[in-house]
Design a protein around this ligand. Structure first.
Ligand code: CUA
Length: 313
């Protein structure tokens, strides 16, 4: 619905879908609100009591009426559910070819990092027509990463990784807001998203200061924090080898299985005793308080980048 006043521009692939559903829900709600209000007024006048002696006839019920007001709402809410679920799944399944950007909320700013290492604060530059997957977390309290023109909003929750994605369809500059009250400077926790042509984006990437990519930073931290002592491919088996484990199931001491996703790796760095891999002792020290959210994201990016060893191990 371009041109509707009070609505932000539609600048992502999902925006049209979200708006269509939103307008449908609003139209249904408005139609029935008006219908009920008008019926109340009409009945109040039409069936008002005209004298003290008036005794209206008794009503025994009506099967036809019961069926209508059961089946019509059932159809309407079923449409809402199925349609809503479709949009929900589309919004929550980042395409496989997405470019990965990490987002860390902090009172009162957004810290973002590109896969090539460039860091930004309260600004995000992205190429048009390319899906961008965001891993969103917070260093302190709950924030919410909101880009109205993309119809995309996701909470940044401390201790948790939330995923969101968008694909911008139009170049331009769009608002970025924090949509969760997070303290006195909440209202200033705003920024902008700059959508550029792919070649302009490449120029922009090349123009910034050269920074370490998350994978490179993770590799450095892996050595600095002595992870390599136990987890290197030639280490003497004190800790699990991390090559090729990302996204794969891990068998735990207790017998259950978890997927080695970003959340599991994060937990295993901060609270190693929580879910120990089968065949290992809970000897790893905790890194709680010693590693920043950005370093954690780098370590995870590094582990994700490790190829599975040839021949398997
Ligand atoms: Cu961060 Cu509101």
């Amino acid at each position: 619905m371009p041109g509707v006043p009070l609505f932000p521009p539609q600048a992502s692939t999902i925006a049209g879908e979200v708006d269509a559903l939103y307008f449908f829900l609003t139209a249904v709600a408005a139609f029935f609100s008006l219908l009920i209000a008008a019926t109340i007024v009409f009945f109040a006048i039409r069936y008002r009591r005209r004298s003290n002696a008036e005794r209206p006839p008794e009503i025994e019920g009506s099967l036809a009426l019961e069926l209508v007001w059961t089946i019509v709402p059932l159809i309407l809410v079923t449409v809402m559910f199925v349609w809503g679920a479709q949009v929900f799944f589309h919004m929550n399944r980042p395409p496989d070819n997405s470019m990965h950007v990490s987002v860390v909320g902090k009172r009162w700013m957004w810290k973002l990092q590109h896969p090539t290492g460039q860091r930004e604060i309260n600004e995000l530059h992205v190429p048009v027509g390319r899906p961008v997957e965001l891993t969103i977390t917070s260093e302190d309290t709950i924030h919410s990463f909101f880009i109205p023109a993309f119809r995309m909003k996701k909470d940044a929750v401390p201790g948790r990784y939330n995923t969101a994605w968008f694909q911008a369809t139009k170049t331009g500059t769009y608002h970025l807001f924090c949509a969760e009250y997070c303290g006195t400077e909440h209202a200033t926790m705003i920024g902008r998203v700059v959508v550029m042509e792919p070649d302009e984006y490449q120029t922009w990437l090349a123009g910034g200061p050269v920074s370490e990519s998350p994978v490179k930073a993770g590799e450095r931290l892996f050595v600095e924090m002595n992870c390599a002592t136990c987890h290197r491919i030639d280490s003497p088996g004190r800790g699990p080898i991390l090559h090729g484990i990302f996204g794969k199931p891990v068998k735990l001491v207790g017998g259950e299985t978890v997927i080695a996703d970003a959340a599991y790796l994060r937990e295993s760095i901060l609270n190693p005793a929580a879910k120990v891999a089968a065949g290992y002792q809970p000897v790893m020290p905790t890194y709680q308080g010693q590693v920043s959210e950005e370093s954690l994201l780098s370590l995870i990016a590094y582990i994700q980048s490790l190829p599975a060893p040839v021949g398997g191990r």
